[in-house]
Ligand binder design. Sequence first.
Ligand code: TLP
Length: 346
Amino acid sequence: MNIVDLRSDTVTQPTPEMRDAMAAAVVGDDVMEEDPTINRLQAMAAERMGKEAGLLVPSGTMGNLAAVLAHCGRGDEVILGNLAHTFLFEAGGIAALGGVHSHTLPNQPDGTLNLEHIHDAIRSEDVHFPVTRLILLENTHNRCGGVVLGLDYMARVGALAREYGLKIHLDGARLFNAAAALGVAAAELTKDVDTVTFCLSKGLCAPVGSVLCGSTEFIHQARRVRKQLGGGMRQAGVVAAAGIVALEKMTERLVEDHARAQKLARGLGELAGLVVETPVPATNMVFARLAESVPFGAKETVRRLAERGVKVGATGERRFRMVTHYWVDDAGIEQAVAAFGAVLGA
Ligand code: TLP
């Protein structure tokens, strides 16, 4: 049976070209900054992000953590969304390891933080208050439906941050999806932020790795934090080699994943048992929930879909997330819609 894995784009396997590049990679000791393949990847990443320097980290989680720890000291405050991945799904690392205080604001349905809310959250000088240091944004925004924060919004937050002397870190795990959806270069979306993490290992299909980018001075500091976190790697050029293929070959094609997400949403939208929350997905994510008429929940639906070779993530008692990626083709989308139809009897 053909397996269609829509649980996440993190499940993507490296392409044959990546495996060849990994086998052939010239490597060195990266803690000594002597791995030529990593150095090349970091330079390419920095260029694509419009920043001075890049730092390969094992995961998006470590990229965001290293960034927050490099920007903030203990007791400093970061303003971020209540649905931000860093707030919800990074094991509270910024508090546990950095003593950084989260000031959460409600994410709007379009993934943004309201500018007035940000403005009001910025602390004045007072010995009672933590010091506001950082604003953290996410683009595309995962829990808000894979939505894209636009250029205009980024510019407005940038202006506000500059006015108050704050830094901005962007969790751009899927920044290339955002850029593809808008038809702009990724650097357009990062020009108003100080630092950005993007992932090689999601839609771009590399097996491991994210790159944190920023100024040379910032990356120097982040390199020390990465070491503290145990993320200083040695001959990791074998993974960087796949990352180079990811940057060279995989960013342009993300529009195909977006088109398939739309096809999936359309197909599921025709089934009586489902309410599609993202009828026209902005990027590669489709969120849907069970109609009230369905007598069983998301867990049971997931189990029954799996019997038909379709893997879907449950994100609530009656809610699902499906993420399209390189390894899901048109036939896979059709298989997924048919499986939902069979399971829901519609
Ligand atoms: N997200 C994963 C899960 O952790 C939920 C997924 O399947 O979507 N930022 C964003 C916006 C993310 O979606 C993720 C991963 C990360 C950071 C963390 O990346 P990794 O998994 O490399 O630590």
